[in-house]
Design a protein around this ligand. Sequence first.
Ligand code: GDG
Length: 471
Amino acid sequence: MSHTYDFVVAANRLPVDRVTGEDGNEEWRRSPGGLVTAMDAVMRGRDGAWVGWAGDPGEAPAPFDDAGMHLHPVPLSEQEIADYYEGHSNDTLWPVYHDVIITPTFKRSWRGAYRAVNKRFAQACADVAAEGATVWVHDYQLQLVPEMLRELRPDLRIGWFNHIPFPAVELFAQLPGREEILEGLLGADFLGFQRTEDAGNFLRAVRQYLDLDVTGDVVDLGDRAVRATAVPISIDTEGLRAVLDTDEVQARAREIREQLGNPDKILLGVDRLDYTKGIRHRLKAFGELLADGQLDPTKHKLIQVATPSRERVKAYMDLRDQVELTVGRINGDFSRIGATALTYMHQSFDRAEMAAMFAAADVMLVTPLRDGMNLVAKEYVTCCPADGALVLSEFTGAATELGEAYMCNPHDLTGLKQVIMKAITAPSDDREQRMSALRSTVSTATVQEWAKHYLAALQAAPARPEDEVGS
Ligand code: GDG
């Protein structure tokens, strides 16, 4: 029998990308990202494996070891990428879980593919997990895995974490197969959510659709109990600071300011190009503030990074068209030769360039219509000037922890404009006080702490209702 592992992570994607090296040979490069860093810390000193899709259609590469971790690729065919990933995950579940900002598409064939792929992930976890191992399943793409895995391997301790919101029952109600999802999740011992409200929404759905007893945050299944509670994710603060504190990044931050013509204020937005992120609302507010004369295009510059995302899904193609039309209009109306009002980049950048942008920005605009957490807000707090200002939507998970930010409701355009102006014009001691409070929150709650906290709660499950996570 092949080697098995005491700790297994299952996520849609493996933490590596296949790239062609300088010598023309294919090699694996670690994808950057908080989850990978957090799992690194957790896997250190353990026998750990990661189960996930390697990113290309067709046959999966053979399992291999990379940086102290065993990587176990799960294959996806072209059709499954279209149906399970782009379809059911990103065009059904994603909009339902984000307040139905766009109309979700419901297709029975997509659900079939979702089930089949979840089954394959469950089988892969069962194959690599040692007797009594801990398996940590991630996110909305794999909600059926906990139950499928428990059927195959009742000896395992199974946790699931939801990176995105869990919708209110009234919206979850729309989802064909809603009972199947709830039953799938209840195969876990412990379910982690970004906010207490998300866990509450899940528990209400369980009561309503499965008619099960729920006491506090524990679902009673008779022979066992499942706990659902908030374990908010964070960032690799130390790692990001190490990138920020280099001469190159500091020099680059100064250079960005100069290249923009040393404006009074640099405003910044950084998002995947996703309709949940409120990019259109933010651009509209900026455009109106220029038109009203409250902002001056020679003194106030907006940089908007919109990282390419889900480019084969129609809603994302439409969003790109709308955003780029708006960018064109704003620049057409307000730019001068050598002085562009809005710098829009539909590109990805390395971490050093991102850190330099955060360090250069006076005001960060984080205006999602709904967001599980929003790590960009926490990254800005870590990198920004001492008097940097964070404008933060109430509809992010981050708003629960970052109460000292300049809070906004992005649906209220007049209100959003007022909050942006408040952040720009606030006395510097107000901005500094707020930022100092935000910094102390973000510097103590790191992604490494999050992973530790989560795994402690998973080990303690099934818990009694009165137990506090982490206490
Ligand atoms: C999901 C949930 C939850 C972006 N562009 C570039 C780049 N990024 C990095 C950011 C940040 C990350 O990607 C994005 O994280 P967010 O939290 O902002 O948003 P989602 O991608 O929607 O993530 C979200 C998160 O999961 C974690 O649980 O917070 O609510 O939707 O770290 O900096 N990084 C680099 N170049 C880019 O161009 N290097």
